[in-house]
Design a protein. Structure first.
Length: 213
């Protein structure tokens, strides 16, 4: 089937946020005695639901984190995003070039998505009704529901929606939705084993990848 719409993840796919967010998380977790390297945090937490990340950290600590941990983490992350967050290379040019209807489907809260797209200048490429947050949908990747909701809003058959994802849960969710899914910056062997149709090393290559699907 032809590709009639494209659904992008946000963090690590359109904006270079994963390293920043996990840097803040590592620094804040250390205040409670949990010593993690940035590399370890990236492996453990990228693409995961925040509640699952907290449960993982509490398991490592052997005690509960305070109720204010997540709100304070988000406040610290937002401050860093406002001054340091950048779009991924090629994101502006790609979105300006694409003629397909576009949507964003992210596991993050809507406020985080809006902030990320806003400070990087990508917000104008997406209409309000085509930005989807797992917190509003009530389902988190790898559950395919967020992608299916996006396809419904786009009025496009799921099989004709292309998903672009950088995380394992996201790739699995796109595949489970019955959508051709491209793995952005995933190791080729791993990504194809997860069911991705292609591996993308640069956003600028996406139109060529679509042409060959």
């Amino acid at each position: 089937m032809p590709i009639r719409a494209i659904i992008f993840d946000c963090d690590g796919t359109l904006v270079d946020s994963e390293t920043l967010a996990n840097r803040v998380l590592v620094e804040y977790a250390a205040e409670f005695g949990l010593m993690l390297s940035l590399e370890e945090a990236m492996v453990r937490f990228v693409g995961s639901k925040m509640d699952d990340c907290v449960a993982d950290m509490e398991n490592q600590l052997g005690k509960a984190l305070p109720e204010h941990f997540v709100p304070e983490f988000r406040r610290r992350m937002e401050r860093v995003f406002e001054t340091e967050l950048e779009p991924l290379p090629g994101a502006h040019a790609l979105l300006a070039r694409l003629e397909h209807p576009l949507a964003v489907a992210s596991s993050g809260p809507r406020a985080k998505i809006e902030l990320s797209l806003g400070v990087t200048g990508l917000r104008p490429f997406f209409s309000d009704d085509l930005i989807f947050s797992a917190y509003e949908i009530g389902h988190w990747k790898p559950d395919p529901e967020i992608f299916l909701c996006a396809a419904d809003a786009l009025s496009v058959d799921p099989a004709e929606c292309l998903v672009v994802e950088d995380s394992v849960p996201g790739i699995r969710g796109g595949v489970a939705a019955g959508m051709p899914t491209i793995a952005f910056r995933q190791g080729e062997g791993q990504a194809l084993e997860l069911g991705a149709v292609a591996v993308l090393d640069s956003l600028t290559d996406l139109p060529d990848v679509i042409a060959h699907l």
